[in-house]
Design a protein around this ligand. Structure first.
Ligand code: TXA
Ligand code: MG
Length: 355
C-alpha cells in the first residue's frame, strides 16, 4: 500500500508562469519530493535527477517497475554535457533543430547520472521541453528533472491536470495545472547510441521532420516484430503500455470500409446489450449520430496533429463513461499520424482489424 498524502492542485499560467508557484514547486523538488508539471507533450511526474531517494518516489507513486528508465529534462544545452559521456555530431544538429521541443535523444550515459534514472542501461534519455512551466521549474531547481508521464503504470498518459489527479491523487504532494498539453502524445525517442539513428518511439517530432535534418534516421519497426535487441533497448515499450482499462478494437482500411465495419460491430454490441464508445474523425460524426454509441470525435483526419492532441483525452473520456468496449478507426501515418497509430495499436493490445 502506498501511503496516502494530500495532493494540492495549483493553477499556473502556461505562458507566463507565476514565479511564486514555481518557487513552491522547486522547493518541494529540492527537498526530495515529486511534483506533477505540464510539458508540451503530456504531464510529467518529476523529481530531482541527482537525488536517488526522490527518484524512488516516482516509481512508487506510479507503481512502475525499477527496470523502466526515466527521461531527464534539461533547460540549457550545457546540461547535456554534464549528463552524457560523449555527444555525437548528429545530436548537436538535432538539438539545434528541435530543442526545446518533443524530441528525446538516447546518448551514452555520463558518470553523474544515477543508476535509477537509466535502470542500469549505458544510455541516458534526455530532452529539453518547450513548455514554459517545465522550463521555469528546471531553471528554478537548478538541476535536471527526471520525469516519466504522470499516469499510473500501464495507463494512458495524462494530457490535463485532471487526468494526472485521477491517477496520482493521494500519491503526490503537488500538481501544477497549466491546462491541456498542446502536442498530446509523448516525445519522439531517437536512439543515437548505435551506428544508425533509430526511432524507438514515434512521438511529437515526426519522422519526416527528423529526416529533413538527419536523412539516415531509421523508422521504428513494428513492435510485434521487434527483435530482442530492440526490445531491450526500449524496456518501457511493452505492447500494452498505453492500454486503456477497456478493450479497444482498432479498425484499419479505407474511410468507407472503417465506417461500415465499425457500424456493423456496433450493431452486434447493441444486440448483446453492451454499451460501446467510438473514437472517430469529425467527418465520421454524421454516420454515428444515431448509432446509440457514445461518440468522441478526435478532429480532422487530414490533420494528424489535431488527432494527436485529443487522442488521450478521448480514450480517458470513454473509459470514465464505463463503456464495455471502444471501437476506433485508424489514421494515416504521415506527420504525427505515425505516433497516433502507434498509441492506438498499443491500446488495442497489438491487434489491428484490417477491413
Ligand atoms: O513526452 C515525453 O517523453 C514525456 C514527458 C513527461 O516528457 N515523458 C515520457 O516518459 O513519456 P515515460 O517514462 O512515460 O516514457 C519514456 C520511455 C519509457 O518507455 C522508457 O522505457 C524509455 O523512454 N527510456 C527512457 N530511458 C531510456 C533508455 N536509457 N534507454 C531506452 N529507453 C529509455
Ligand atoms: Mg509513460
Amino acid at each position: 500500500m502506498v501511503k496516502q498524502i494530500e495532493t494540492n492542485v495549483l493553477p499556473i499560467d502556461a505562458e507566463t508562469p507565476d514565479a511564486s508557484v514555481i518557487r513552491r514547486a522547486a522547493d518541494l523538488l529540492r527537498r526530495g519530493e515529486v511534483v506533477v508539471f505540464p510539458t508540451e507533450t503530456v504531464y510529467g511526474l518529476g523529481a530531482d535527477t541527482l537525488q536517488p531517494e526522490a527518484l524512488e518516489k516516482i516509481f512508487i507513486a506510479k507503481g512502475r517497475p525499477f527496470s523502466d528508465p526515466l527521461i531527464v529534462h534539461i533547460a540549457e544545452y550545457h546540461a547535456l554535457e554534464e549528463l552524457t559521456g560523449s555527444i555525437p555530431e548528429p545530436a548537436h544538429r538535432l538539438a539545434r533543430a528541435f530543442w526545446p521541443g518533443p524530441l528525446t535523444l538516447l546518448l551514452p550515459r555520463g558518470p553523474r547520472v544515477p543508476r535509477l534514472v537509466t535502470a542500469g542501461m549505458e544510455t541516458v534519455a534526455i530532452r529539453m521541453p518547450a513548455h514554459p512551466v517545465a522550463q521555469a521549474l528546471i531553471q528554478a531547481l537548478g538541476s535536471p528533472i527526471a520525469a516519466p508521464s504522470a499516469n499510473r503504470f500501464m495507463h494512458v498518459s495524462p494530457t490535463t491536470a485532471e487526468h494526472a489527479l485521477a491517477d496520482l491523487g493521494g500519491r503526490v504532494p503537488l500538481i501544477l495545472d497549466g491546462g491541456p498539453c498542446q502536442v498530446g502524445v509523448e516525445s519522439t525517442i531517437l536512439d543515437l547510441s548505435g551506428e544508425v539513428p533509430t526511432i524507438l518511439r514515434p512521438g511529437g517530432v515526426s519522422l519526416e521532420r527528423l529526416r529533413a535534418v538527419l536523412p539516415s534516421v531509421q523508422a521504428p519497426s513494428g513492435y510485434e516484430t521487434r527483435s530482442e535487441d530492440q526490445a531491450q533497448k526500449a524496456p518501457g515499450q511493452l505492447s500494452t503500455h498505453y492500454a486503456p482499462a477497456i478493450p479497444l478494437l482498432l479498425f484499419d482500411g479505407s474511410e468507407e470500409a472503417m465506417r461500415a465495419a465499425m457500424l456493423k460491430e456496433l450493431h452486434r454490441c447493441m444486440q448483446r446489450g453492451e454499451r460501446a464508445g467510438v473514437l472517430v474523425a469529425n467527418a465520421d460524426l454524421a454516420a454515428f449520430q444515431e448509432s446509440g454509441a457514445l461518440v468522441f470525435a478526435l478532429g480532422d483526419a487530414a490533420r494528424p496533429a489535431q488527432v494527436a492532441a485529443s487522442l488521450f483525452a478521448g480514450l480517458r473520456a470513454l473509459e470514465e463513461a464505463h463503456v464495455r468496449v471502444i471501437l476506433c478507426r485508424n489514421f494515416s501515418e504521415h506527420d504525427l499520424g505515425l505516433a497516433v497509430r502507434d498509441r492506438l495499436k498499443r491500446a488495442a493490445g497489438g491487434q489491428v482489424i484490417q477491413v
